[in-house]
Design a protein around this ligand. Structure first.
Ligand code: SP5
Ligand code: ZN
Length: 346
């Protein structure tokens, strides 16, 4: 198995995120990916490589041009407001909610931040663009490995991607790595692909990107959005629209769900994927389903992740695994690599 590792990930290093009226230290930290890399190397599971470089046009298959332009120059625009901004991250504070216009891109930077974001928990930092850009290259490189005949490849990157939409960031995500991988597979010979999202949080960005399409089946197992982030998407009645009707499957579960019930949902989503007749699978591999996760509510244990990997392998599909969330920093490496080991050894 090849792992494509984003060696620029630590360039994205947020300081503070908004939580209950306070700025608190970011949960999404560079050490997360460092732990996964260290554990991969400790167990000697395959090879670790730098990603190939893909053209910006490949990003534009998923993301809007005006969003990509915003993201690329956002840090320079932020520092241009005030040189002292170089020492602080940028967070949005105003949004074009219903009745306000989103069609005009404002000149004001704060207004642009709000236009292209969905929360105040995702600081934009000096290295956000280069880190996210190389993260996309990791996901695309993993998809390319499948096109070239590999059965499995792993994109080890941060920031994560599944909350990012075609034209917004949020939920610690800037470019939707899993969606880019799925689209790359579609553009390179796979007639139908599936994205299976097993991060604790619903993959609202990925769902929205493919909601009206039947060529990319989206299935997600996640904390019930009535109580869990991202709150405004991820309900069971969201089944797709237009030609995408029937190609979206949400399995929200209550806080406190343990492995047995979670695994039944995994079986259910893989059955839906099998019925759809796909040629490849992209897994949004969030490790925040772990019982020790500081911001999540499921109760999976370290050994359970071996079984997750085994079950994913049993789906019998060429598979791209994309690293997403998981904030129990000391355990995230062992847990993620357990999925990989379960997959490889099965
Ligand atoms: C990729 C991913 O997993 N994104 C998750 C984004 C969650 N953002 C909301 C976090 C709310 C933090 N709650 C802090 C609880 C402290 N006890
Ligand atoms: Zn998550």
């Amino acid at each position: 198995m090849i792992t494509f590792y984003n060696h620029l990930h630590a360039q994205h290093q947020g300081k503070l995120e908004m939580f209950r009226g306070e700025l608190v230290p970011c949960f999404e930290v560079p050490a997360r990916a460092d732990h996964v890399l260290a554990e991969l190397q400790r167990r000697q599971l395959g090879t670790v490589q730098a990603p190939h470089s893909f053209d910006d046009a490949v990003l534009a298959r998923i993301h809007s041009q005006r969003y990509l332009q915003f993201l690329q120059s956002a840090w320079a625009d932020w520092v241009a407001l005030d040189p002292a901004n170089a020492q602080r991250d940028a967070l949005p504070s105003v949004w074009p909610i219903r009745t306000l216009r989103s069609d005009i891109v404002p000149d004001n930077f704060a207004a642009r931040m709000g236009l292209f974001s969905c929360d105040a928990g995702s600081p934009l930092t000096s290295g956000t663009w280069v880190a996210a850009r190389m993260g996309a290259d990791c996901a695309l490189s993993a998809a390319q490995q499948l096109v070239q005949g590999a059965r499995v490849a792993f994109a080890l990157s941060r920031p994560p991607g599944h909350h990012a939409g075609a034209d917004f960031f949020g939920g610690y995500c800037f470019l939707n790595n899993a969606a880019l991988a799925a689209q790359y597979l579609r553009d390179n010979g796979c007639a139908r692909v599936a994205v299976l999202d097993i991060d604790y949080h619903h993959g609202n960005g990925t769902q929205a990107i493919f909601y009206d399409r039947s060529d990319v089946f989206f299935a997600s197992i996640h904390g019930d959005p009535r109580t869990e982030y991202p709150f405004y998407l991820g309900h069971a009645d969201e089944t797709g629209v237009g030609s995408g009707l029937g190609a979206n499957l949400n399995l929200p579960l209550p806080r406190g769900t343990g492995f047995e019930d979670w695994y039944a949902a995994l079986e259910h989503s893989l059955a839906g994927i099998a019925r759809h007749g796909v040629e490849a699978l992209v897994v949004s591999l969030g490790m925040d389903t772990f019982e020790g996760d500081p911001i999540s509510g499921f109760r999976l244990q370290t050994a359970d992740y071996l079984r997750v990997g085994e079950r994913l392998k049993a789906a019998g599909l060429p598979t791209v695994l994309v690293f997403e969330g998981g904030y129990a920093v000391a355990e995230v490496g062992v847990n993620a690599v357990n999925v990989l080991e379960g997959f490889i050894r099965a």
